[in-house]
Design a binder for this molecule. Structure first.
Ligand SMILES: O=C(CO)[C@H](O)[C@H](O)COP(=O)(O)O
Length: 251
């Protein structure tokens, strides 16, 4: 059976002038995780915020008591040099550090102050994230084939295996874009091979698109505009959860 639904509202659609309160309210409305979009203006053509802001909002939401538990900060690192920021985000209160495969061969520098000629690789980066006490996620953009993930998911050393895969259903950079159903065969292929893997989808998810994503096998659902723009966010969160859990035979 696929793992239970995890609903992770993307705070990209929150009111940044009252981010802490918006995050706390979303949790009260039934969210499991918060999806925290970090954009650096290089890897994607947009800039959001960094570790100091994550540290501030962390104080508004209780830390999870178990891995993958309620209150998990699922930090989606849309940044060009993911290894550089692992320690900073751990300190800030991130729980799950999800980097992009497309950025994973960048510099091996381990802090913003450091430079390095060495390059890292996805498996090395996952090991490094785990060694720093975080869960590790790996994300792929719409133009990236799911085939790049098999070798990583089949890593024999558990330290090099990701805890979650994120399949982007929009081109990363902005909220409120149209859902790309063309990405769902990637989710189907992942679910067929890994029944227990946490598979996250992100971009354009809401009441009108959730059934397709749930049918494909996604269980971690990111929704920004659909949740923060809803008249009744609790109702939307509950609808997303039901769609996933009923398809997984949990209801
Ligand atoms: O990663 C993202 C953009 O790069 C956002 O998380 C995503 O697009 C969510 O927004 P929405 O649900 O409004 O599409």
């Amino acid at each position: 059976m696929a793992p239970p639904a995890i609903i992770a509202p993307s705070i990209l659609s929150a009111d940044f002038a009252q981010l802490g309160q918006d995050c706390a309210r979303t949790m009260e409305q039934g969210a499991d995780w918060l999806h925290v979009d970090i954009m650096d203006g290089h890897f994607v053509p947009n800039i959001t915020f960094g570790a100091p802001v994550v540290a501030k909002i962390r104080s508004h939401v209780d830390k999870p008591t178990v891995a993958h538990g309620r209150g998990t900060f699922d930090c989606h690192m849309m940044i060009a040099e993911p290894k550089k920021w692992v320690k900073e985000f751990k300190k800030a209160g991130c729980d799950l550090y999800c980097f992009h495969y497309e950025a994973a061969f960048s510099t091996a520098a381990e802090s913003p102050e450091e430079t390095s000629d060495k390059k890292t690789s996805p498996k090395e980066l996952i090991r490094y994230i785990h060694d720093n006490g975080l869960l590790a996620g790996i994300a792929i953009k719409p133009d990236t084939s799911v085939d790049v993930l098999w070798d990583i998911l089949d890593a024999t050393d558990p330290k090099e295996k990701p805890d979650m895969v994120l399949v982007m259903t929009v081109h990363p950079g902005f909220g409120g874009q149209k859902f790309m159903a063309s990405e769902l065969p990637k989710v189907q292929a992942l679910r067929a091979k890994y029944p227990e893997l946490n598979i996250e989808v992100d971009g354009g998810l809401g009441p009108g698109t959730i059934d397709q994503a749930a049918d494909a096998g996604a269980n971690v659902i990111v929704a920004g505009s659909a949740v923060f723009g809803a008249k009744d966010p609790s109702e939307v969160i509950s609808l997303l959860r039901k769609s996933v859990d009923s398809r997984a035979g949990r209801l």
